[in-house]
Design a protein around this ligand. Structure first.
Ligand code: SF4
Ligand code: SF4
Length: 349
């Protein structure tokens, strides 16, 4: 490792990731922010930004089969290695929505091939919702087998659901959990029956909103059980950015959280995070969001219409596909719709 790169790694605290034997930095780089639903960055530009993060100590990277970012990840890994960074410096996490054995097996092999890797550090069942853990046992078995044969170092699940996170602590062979946690509890769900949605015909909201206290209890339980714990959406998909420091203070103060994964799409965002970690963030720091707008992510929207009811400006309507979209000419950027959305589909990009 080059001397100056070592300097950055010394500054970024690293923690044992549960019992996995993997060490993770206190903050990681959420690659979703670079992908097709967010800034839609090209491979070269994205690889440069990830390398910039790596050289600041952000050596834990999260992507997913669903994000379609493996070419960008491959370009980054090649660029990092060409710059003198060993594969062992990087902790690569990916995940799949696969339900069956063959599908998950395919997802693992695809990730290895498309990212040009011999092994993946962390592979997760992606977005496990309440009641789904029991339905994805075949996919889980595929992950256990992949770990046994050395394709994957650690396995676990990602979730927005506090009840699912709590169950991860009891799941056989589960090494880690990746869960949604932020100061406002935005987007946290919990597994109790909800009711019919009012958008798409027949849509059923499967559970109720969860609280941050429920997620805190679940993640504390996972940590006590020896799982590695990392979190997503500390800034609520960009909706908590006005309280940047408070939002980060909240999640970084949790003793059961090993690493906080943050999506960033500019060097300035990376620098602000590093300044925050090193205690150098200016007292009056306020992120520049001038180039960002609220959008409905159609990968997550379920068409329930709650955002439309919350919008006094009548800036949200159904698109032809039955999902909501925001009219930027009418939007006054009050953010009420994002709070109303039960699945955190409204993001600032
Ligand atoms: S930010 Fe406010 S005005 Fe804009 S779409 Fe959401 S609720 Fe409506
Ligand atoms: S954006 Fe959220 S609140 Fe609006 S329709 Fe989609 S899921 Fe419902």
């Amino acid at each position: 490792m080059r001397a100056w790169a070592a300097h950055f790694f010394i500054k970024m605290k690293r923690t044992a990731f549960g019992k996995t034997g993997i060490m993770v930095p206190q903050a990681g780089f959420g690659v979703l922010a670079l992908g097709r639903t967010h800034s839609d960055m090209g491979c070269e530009e994205g690889a440069d930004l990830l390398l910039y993060g790596l050289e600041k100590g952000l050596s834990f990277f999260d992507t997913a089969q669903y994000y379609e970012e493996y070419p960008l990840m491959k370009a980054f890994i090649e660029k990092a290695e060409a710059s003198g960074h060993g594969r062992e410096e990087m902790v690569i996490c990916t995940k799949s929505l696969a339900e069956g054995y063959e599908w998950m097996n395919f997802a693992i092999d695809e990730a290895l091939k498309k990212m040009g890797l011999e092994y993946i550090d962390v592979f997760l069942m992606h977005e496990v919702r309440s009641g789904q853990l029991e339905e994805r046992t075949e996919a889980w078995q595929a992950l256990r087998d992949a770990k046994a044969n050395g394709k994957v170092r650690a396995i676990g699940l990602s979730t927005h659901h506090a009840d699912v996170a709590a169950k991860a602590a009891e799941l056989e062979d589960c090494d880690c959990v990746f869960a949604l946690l932020n100061i406002e509890g935005l987007g946290i769900r919990c597994g109790e029956p909800g009711g019919p949605g009012e958008g798409l015909p027949g849509y059923w909201i499967p559970d109720r909103p969860g609280t941050r206290e429920e997620m805190e209890a679940a993640l504390s339980k996972c940590h006590k059980a020896g799982l590695g714990v990392f979190t997503m959406k500390a800034l609520g998909g960009g909706n908590l950015i006005a309280g940047y420091r408070e939002a980060l203070d909240y999640v970084f103060s949790k003793p059961y959280v090993d690493s906080v994964m943050l999506g960033m799409s500019t060097k300035q965002e990376v620098d602000a995070l590093i300044d925050y970690i090193e205690g150098d963030l200016l007292e009056d720091y306020s992120p520049d969001v001038s180039g960002k707008v609220l959008k409905v992510n159609h990968d997550d929207c379920v068409g329930c219409g709650e955002c439309q009811k919350a919008c006094a400006s009548e800036a949200i309507h159904y698109a032809e596909n039955g999902l909501s979209e925001i009219d930027q000419d009418k939007c006054i950027d009050c953010g009420y719709c994002a709070y109303a959305c039960p699945v955190r589909a409204i993001i600032r990009v």
